[in-house]
Design a protein around this ligand. Sequence first.
Ligand SMILES: CC(C)(COP(=O)(O)OP(=O)(O)OC[C@H]1O[C@@H](n2cnc3c(N)ncnc32)[C@H](O)[C@@H]1OP(=O)(O)O)[C@@H](O)C(=O)NCCC(=O)NCCS
Length: 126
Amino acid sequence: MIAVEGTAVCGAAWFRLFTRETARAGYVDDSTPELVLAVNEGFRRAGIGSRLLDELLRRADELQVPRLSLHVDATNAPAAELYRSRGFEEVRAASKGVVMAWARPGETILPGTENRPLWAWGHEAP
Ligand SMILES: CC(C)(COP(=O)(O)OP(=O)(O)OC[C@H]1O[C@@H](n2cnc3c(N)ncnc32)[C@H](O)[C@@H]1OP(=O)(O)O)[C@@H](O)C(=O)NCCC(=O)NCCS
């Protein structure tokens, strides 16, 4: 998903599947797409990141994607705050940050049971 203003590209967001072999820092498992979001510096704090994220979560819901994950740097409090406000929760520590996950309404963040401990996804980020 691309945000544009006139001819300027303001930001982009997507989610896609990875495998253990192709895993990035926010990988949790082969069936959970990883989300990426970025807004160009000159366009930040104008609601574009929120809109991209909301639209992407709407699309994930529409496609019946049960969960999404992402990696956020420990120094990136604004992004973590934005994700938390949309229902993402921290699921494990990763190199230089945390992995967060989101679940579609009716699904649980950690699959299987509602009571699995935080950090249940034990494998380390690549
Ligand atoms: C994180 C990012 C996508 C936010 O995009 P944005 O268009 O500026 O976000 P919005 O204007 O929609 O703001 C949404 C919320 O994010 C938080 N936020 C964003 N920038 C912030 C900042 N500089 N300081 C504090 N909070 C901030 C706030 O909670 C804000 O809500 P509010 O405006 O109601 O306070 C953008 O800063 C970015 O691209 N950063 C670099 C790339 C990145 O970090 N991507 C995420 C990697 S996981």
